[in-house]
Ligand binder design. Structure first.
Ligand code: HEM
Length: 228
């Protein structure tokens, strides 16, 4: 199967990448709702979504572990696409052009732009912190054996990390909706040639070059993984 197909467009995310991503996204939303319900009295009403306060407390850490497992898989597979390159710095310097939709002035970027890469690294920094501090706070399995100072540190760091991750998610979702065609990439997998050329010029060139050389076999590393 080739990655570029005149009729169907270019494969950006294979089916497993998409399923993995949506499992993370769905669990993350559930974690946010149940976490806010436990954290702040104004959100207490959200416990109704999980069958009451006690079920909310019980289910929250299990969803956290579930999400973390799929997050590790995604983080490993997306790693190479999120290393910061020289053209990313130039893109970041032109952030005013990005925010003013002056796309034609921006340098071409690879599979992800600088903003997407920063989102990746913030999630990579916050999810493990949330997991470790969450495990420390896990009642009745772990928390009962922890000293009080550890619980205090854990609850504070957990709340700050959650705050950063939730704000990052809001920015991530907003950008995905803002850049028309992105949501389709994560739901249907493919993007148009025009979209790829316009938003991720270097990635597009890579795919087209490989297609010319060997339409069936050659493809960039990340794309090889995405076929699965
Ligand atoms: C309801 C929640 C979410 C929505 C609507 C959403 C939407 C999307 C979309 C549309 C893309 C494709 C962007 C593109 O290729 O241009 C994407 C990519 C990605 N998503 Fe999400 N996502 C959500 C939650 C999450 C969560 C919770 C994480 C990680 C904890 C995450 C991590 C990523 C990463 C690393 C990428 C690839 C690079 C990027 O585009 O930033 N997403 N997401």
């Amino acid at each position: 199967m080739s990655h570029s197909n005149v009729k169907h467009g270019i494969l950006r995310y294979g089916w497993w990448t998409r399923v993995n991503h949506w499992l993370i996204a769905f669990s993350f939303v559930l974690l946010t709702l149940s976490g806010l319900a436990l954290f702040y009295p104004a959100f207490f009403g959200l416990t109704a979504l999980f069958g009451g306060p006690e079920p909310t407390r019980i289910v929250h850490p299990y969803i956290g572990v579930f999400m973390s497992l799929f997050f590790v898989i995604q983080a490993v597979r997306f790693f190479g696409d999120n290393l910061i390159r020289r053209h990313d710095i130039q893109w970041a310097k032109q952030i005013r052009d990005v925010l003013s939709n002056r796309d034609e002035r921006l340098p071409p970027v690879g599979k992800n732009n600088f903003g997407q890469k920063i989102v990746y690294w913030i999630f990579l920094a916050t999810v493990p912190v949330l997991l470790v501090t969450g495990v420390v706070l896990w009642r009745p399995w772990i928390a009962n054996d922890m000293p009080i100072w550890a619980l205090r540190w854990a609850v504070t760091i957990h709340a700050y990390a959650a705050f950063i991750a939730i704000i990052t998610l809001v920015i991530h979702v907003y950008s995905a909706i803002w850049v028309k065609g992105s949501v389709r990439a994560m739901t249907q997998g493919r993007v148009s040639h025009a979209w790829a050329r316009h938003h991720h010029g270097l990635w597009y060139e890579d795919i087209m070059r490989n297609r010319k050389n060997d339409d069936q076999a050659a493809s960039p590393t990340s794309e090889v993984q995405d076929r699965r």
